[in-house]
Design a protein around this ligand. Structure first.
Ligand code: GTP
Ligand code: MG
Length: 311
């Protein structure tokens, strides 16, 4: 029996999990998007302390296992949790989806947990927008924290990263000097680095390497935590570390500083001579009146010599 959008939405508002599942399926298929967007606009804003936390790292580093552990950890701390597990589309998709679900304990009797697998075809443009909508739905349904397991260090992961409030990058102890996480450039964008599988030999060395890479003069300090999912080590510290990260607004401000630093490198003279030209752009961006793309476009179109906007 098929229900209309209005019927499903009415059930969603009454916190019917089947309605939530239906809406998520619609989004995944690119259906009912305009209706969902419009209906979401009518709901109150999501509290700042509700976060989107992405877990990323190379294949097999233990993302699914750790996310499974963090579900339980957040629950013990009184927080409700929804999980979106993304997987690359591959001949193994069916198995991979199942694999991720299997490592995440299911909680059939707990209203405070919801786990959903999500196929993310590589190069699929619609995915980031779909993710935004899904996350909004889950927050509006009442889940405090939304955890996302990303597809790993591949492309397609970038979109997820940009949409997370907190990005947790997992690395694991490795033999040899050829450290893949360094090549992947993941550390640069991390809010928090987890040296996972810390029960394995070499965790000390990996931790030292990560710290040496991250703690460059002038850069914001990034916490590096040692965690073992199999030995239940460091999980509370990870939760506390995540919650200690700035809320969305804080992240906006941090991003604004990054943008400013980038702009400074290219427009030093302009920035000193005409702060009145770029400060309004920054302010509009920080308050959310213009999005990242528009802010970047306006910044880049500033005329270097006069400081006026040229296009
Ligand atoms: N020693 C050790 N092994 C772990 C730990 N956590 C997970 N593993 C193992 O690491 C392997 C990969 O774990 P997954 O959770 O599937 O890793 P993943 O990053 O989700 O993998 P993909 O989704 O395939 O990229 C499994 O065999 C786990 O049992 C840990 O804390 N210590
Ligand atoms: Mg996984």
């Amino acid at each position: 029996m098929s229900m209309t959008f209005a019927e499903v939405w009415e059930r969603f508002l009454r916190r019917d999990r089947r309605a939530l599942a239906r809406l998520l399926t619609w989004i995944a298929r690119g259906e009912q998007i305009a209706n969902i967007q419009a209906a979401l606009r009518g709901l109150p804003a999501i509290p700042d302390q509700n976060r989107v936390i992405a877990f990323t790292g190379s294949g097999g580093v233990g993302k699914s296992t750790l996310v499974g552990k963090m579900i339980a950890n957040f629950r013990h701390a009184g927080e409700s949790v929804a999980v979106l597990a993304c997987d690359p589309e591959s001949p193994l998709t069916g198995g991979a989806l199942l694999g991720d679900r299997l490592r995440m304990p299911n909680y059939p009797d707990d209203d405070g947990v919801y786990v959903r697998s999500l196929a993310t075809p590589s190069g699929h443009e619609a995915v980031p927008d779909q993710l935004d909508l899904m996350v909004q739905l889950l927050h509006q349904f009442g889940f405090h924290q939304v955890l996302i397991e990303t597809v790993g260090a591949g492309q397609g992961d970038t979109a997820v990263r940009q949409r997370a409030d907190v990005l947790v990058v997992l690395v694991q102890p490795e033999a040899g000097d050829d450290v893949q996480w360094e090549k992947a450039g993941l550390l640069e964008v991390a809010d928090l680095v987890v040296v996972h599988k810390a029960d394995l030999p070499g965790a000390d060395r990996t931790e030292a390497q990560v710290k040496a890479l991250l703690n460059l003069p002038g850069c914001r300090p990034i916490p590096v935590l040692r965690v073992s999912s199999s030995k239940n080590i460091g999980l509370d510290e990870l939760r506390q570390g995540i919650l200690a990260q700035p809320s969305r607004r804080g992240i906006r401000l941090r991003n604004a500083n990054t943008l400013l630093r980038l702009a400074q490198a290219a427009w030093v003279d302009l920035l000193h001579a005409h702060p009145e030209t770029w400060k309004p752009i920054l302010e509009q961006w920080q308050s959310g009146r213009i999005n990242d793309d528009e802010a970047a476009r306006q910044m880049l179109s500033l005329d270097k010599s006069t400081g006026s906007i040229t296009s």
